[in-house]
Design a protein around this ligand. Structure first.
Ligand code: B12
Length: 389
């Protein structure tokens, strides 16, 4: 990781409250006198009950900028601004990318006044990527992962989601049951129905077409289906090109049924509550014969390292969905590397920021990245093969 940029990013993060307060006052000043009234700003809303909401908004922007700078990835800041612009403009139709562009001018003015000159210069490429992102009016919503990284959705994904959005869980479950009856393998159900449906519901939430409760309902129902698929061996089907699965005590072993299963530790890093992608990854690894130790959401770095050491883990898998959790990924990697009992263990990372910026894995010190759960099975095999050769 470029040390200088990391220092700039950290400095911004440490001073984010005072910087955000200065930006907020600057936006107010820039908006006086009319024609642009303060209430038309993306950040300031006189109708809002507490001004802390405005400060929170500006702070989230500064935090995202600092994170992008820390890991030297302007694309993460552009992605945040796309998302922010959508969310603000559906909350208040008068708020749009133009307001946000004005906000960015205030950010630049404040940073130029508050930061040392060489630190300010380092922020410029990131601010300019942000401005370019907001000029791109015809982009698709940022909730969309680049097409090259998404598996091809089955037409069943739409059918499944339409039923969930109609709050008809029985009909949604029936879509999955029908897929199983027609021998669709579980990995295909994950990759081609559940994953695209979840990403689409996220996009619909981002552009204001579904509410928060609906989004929660869709993900909760999907979690229930995944849990059922993981346990119900009658539904199991071979993964990838493997041999017929061997069912042993309710767990399906397929790739290395003649060997002692290797341990895969799966955890979302500290602060990260999106664990469905990790869950799918863990399940497919288990189906491929791994002994998966699943820690789930929001796991502190030291706990991950201690657990990896305790269990003689062959691979540590870390998941992050929000790019603001990349610091937690870096901390978890450092904790594993520092631990004498697991310092050499390969670390596999995955999640949204790594799809947007795959070079991040290497920069953060991970051994490899997998773009999805199915790919994780291949990469994990490769990593243990490489470790023993
Ligand atoms: C469900 C969901 C939630 C649920 C999560 C429930 C749960 N138990 O996971 C809840 C309601 C908790 C939630 C909360 C929030 N969410 Co949310 N959420 C989603 C949603 C709709 C689906 C996530 C998902 O499961 N995707 C499907 C899985 C299968 O895909 P995946 O995560 O990419 O995983 C695959 C690969 O990346 C890879 N992979 C992932 N992890 C790993 C790990 C390893 C080791 C490997 C090898 C591979 C791997 O394999 C997976 C399977 O193929 C997404 C939309 C989206 N685009 O994903 C938004 C989304 C991620 N959420 C978002 C936001 C903003 C939030 C909140 C901040 C909202 C808020 N204001 O509170 C909070 C933050 C919570 C937190 N601190 O973590 C935004 C993020 C925007 C951005 N630009 O960063 C999104 C994109 C929605 C949107 N379009 O606006 N969310």
């Amino acid at each position: 990781m470029p040390l200088f940029l990391t220092n700039v990013g950290r400095h911004l993060y440490q001073h984010r409250v005072e910087i955000s307060q200065a930006i907020l006052s600057r936006i107010g000043e820039n908006h006086r006198p009319p024609p642009i009234s303060v209430s038309s700003s993306a950040f300031i809303d006189p109708d809002e009950p507490a001004s802390t909401t405005c400060l929170d908004r500006v702070s989230s922007l500064v935090e995202s900028l600092s994170q992008a700078i820390c890991v030297a990835e302007p694309v993460l800041f552009s992605d945040f601004l796309h998302w922010f612009s959508d969310v603000l403009s559906h909350q208040r139709p008068t708020r749009n990318a133009a307001d946000l562009r004005e906000g960015l001018v205030a950010v630049e003015e404040v940073l130029s006044a508050l930061l040392p000159a060489n630190y300010f210069d380092a922020t410029l490429p990131f601010l300019s990527a942000g401005r370019a992102a907001l000029r791109d009016e015809h982009r698709s919503a940022s909730g969309k992962i680049p097409a090259s990284h998404d598996s091809h959705p089955s037409p069943l994904a739409d059918r499944y989601l339409i039923r969930l959005l109609a709050s008809d869980r029985r009909a949604a479950r029936e879509v999955i049951a029908t897929a199983l009856r027609s021998d669709m393998p579980v990995h295909q159900i994950y990759m081609e129905i559940l994953q695209p449906a979840l990403r689409e519901v996220g996009r619909l939430w981002q552009v204001g077409q579904v509410g928060t409760a609906q989004e929660h309902y869709c993900s909760a129902e999907t979690c229930a289906i995944i849990a059922r698929l993981a346990f119900d061996t009658a539904w199991s089907a071979p993964l990838l090109h493997e041999r017929a699965p061997v069912v042993n005590d309710g767990v399906v072993f397929s790739l290395h049924e003649k060997q002692t299963p290797k341990k895969f530790l799966a955890a979302c890093v500290a602060g990260e509550f999106h664990d469905i992608g990790l869950r799918m990854t863990a399940d497919l690894l288990e189906r491929a014969g791994w002994n998966v130790h699943y820690l789930g959401a929001n796991t502190p770095a030291d706990a991950i390292a201690a657990e990896a050491a305790l269990h003689g883990t062959a691979i540590v898998g870390l998941s992050a969905t929000l790019s603001t959790h990349l610091n937690s990924v870096a901390q978890a990697i450092r904790a594993v590397r520092r631990h004498p009992a697991c310092g050499q263990t390969p670390i596999l990372v995955g999640g949204r920021p790594f799809l947007l910026a795959p070079a991040l894995a290497d920069r953060l010190g991970a051994s490899a990245i997998a773009r999805d759960a199915r790919h994780a099975v291949e990469v994990a095999q490769f990593l243990v093969g490489a470790a023993h050769s």
